[in-house]
Write a protein that binds this ligand. Structure first.
Ligand SMILES: Nc1ncnc2c1ncn2[C@@H]1O[C@H](COP(=O)(O)OP(=O)(O)O)[C@@H](O)[C@H]1O
Ligand SMILES: [Mg+2]
Length: 328
């Protein structure tokens, strides 16, 4: 096992809403190793973004709150930092990219202005030196015509190129961790594959850890060294990627896998997991996946299973693998 960079311990995050307090992330543990890619996967609404926003301490003000838990980054608890200290971490150690780069890029400034500003803030670079490093960063993320693109505006670039610019901006502070929240979901399949390839190579080259969030288990297969599967605000399965794909156990993970288009042979219909992720104000009493699970047993509707180690470095939250169900 390589060294650990970030450890989320027993994180619980809630929102104050008109319906009262709703818990979006419950008792989540996550481990990110140095230089490795952790894939976090689950359907929409499972708490992936809320987990990453909790790590970055970017939950919407006066709405989202970390109720309990720790986020240990190189041993230091980010939850305990004040806003000013946290800003330093965001600028220097952890960077984040989102699904829609157009919303994160300012339409009235050139690409060079925007990457340049980040280089001025984080590295103190000005003038010619600043421009030189900007071009180097654009080349690093494989943007063709980097010397011209630096003077262009976001709307002049394609979606894939804009996402590369976002990655270049994120890399400008040489972060130890890059959090990428569905960064390729809005791109078409070919461009998506290129951006994934780029991110994976960048992580290897500079020994940067990546927390890669997606709803697509196929993307995880291409990217991740380790995988955490989330359902209704909790981790339901986790393992290194090889183990997970060889021996996936949770019915939810299996469902995600079999609903992938690639696994469908010609003439076969696409298998989806029937039903929907339960709303936060109406979570089932037992396992949150029970209402959609083909292998549901009576105990599953009564009691939430624990996340248990079923093999070394492989954990599953499911009564099927918990012998204690006999005594319940
Ligand atoms: N600002 C908010 N106020 C209330 N509920 C929210 C807010 N943001 C997210 N949620 C809820 O938290 C849950 C998890 O959301 P999210 O982390 O965005 O899911 P994912 O990223 O896995 O699609 C969802 O039920 C969502 O509706
Ligand atoms: Mg999300």
């Amino acid at each position: 096992m390589s060294e650990i960079l970030l450890e989320v311990k027993d994180l619980t995050t809630s929102f104050q809403t008109s319906e009262g307090k709703l818990t979006a992330v419950q008792n989540v543990d996550i481990t990110i190793r140095k230089g490795k890619v952790l894939g976090v996967v689950g359907e929409s609404g499972c708490g992936k973004s809320v987990t990453s926003l909790s790590i970055m301490r970017l939950l919407p003000k006066n709405q989202g709150f970390i109720d309990s838990g720790k986020v240990l980054f190189e041993g230091e608890d980010l939850v305990a930092l004040d806003e000013l200290e946290m800003q330093k971490v965001r600028g220097n150690d952890i960077a984040m990219i989102f699904q829609e780069p157009m919303t994160a890029l300012n339409p009235v400034f050139t690409i060079g202005n925007q990457i340049g500003e980040s280089l001025t803030i984080h590295k103190g670079l000005k003038g010619e030196e600043n421009r030189k490093v900007c071009v180097e960063l654009l080349k690093k993320v494989k943007i063709p015509r980097a010397e011209q693109v630096i003077d262009e505006y976001p709307h002049q670039l394609s979606g894939g190129m804009r996402q590369r610019v976002m990655i270049a901006m994120a890399l400008s502070c040489e972060p130890k961790l890059l959090i990428a929240d569905e960064p390729t979901t809005a791109l078409d399949v070919t461009i998506q594959a290129q951006v994934l390839d780029l991110m994976r190579n960048l992580s290897k080259e500079s020994n940067m850890s990546v927390m890669f969030i997606t709803h697509d288990l196929g993307v995880i297969a291409e990217m991740a060294d380790d995988v955490s599967v989330m359902y209704a605000g909790r981790i339901v399965e986790e393992a290194d990627a090889v183990t997970l794909f060889d021996e996936m156990q949770h019915p939810y993970t299996r469902g995600l896998f079999s609903s992938r288009v690639m696994n469908v042979k010609k003439g076969e219909t696409l298998q989806c997991i029937p039903g929907m992720v339960p709303p936060l104000n109406n979570l089932p009493r037992g396992c949150a996946f029970a209402p959609r699970c083909k292998q549901c047993m009576p105990i599953c509707e009564e009691k939430m299973p624990e996340l248990l180690e079923v093999a070394p470095n492989h954990k599953v939250r499911c009564w099927l693998y918990d012998e204690r169900r006999e005594n319940q």
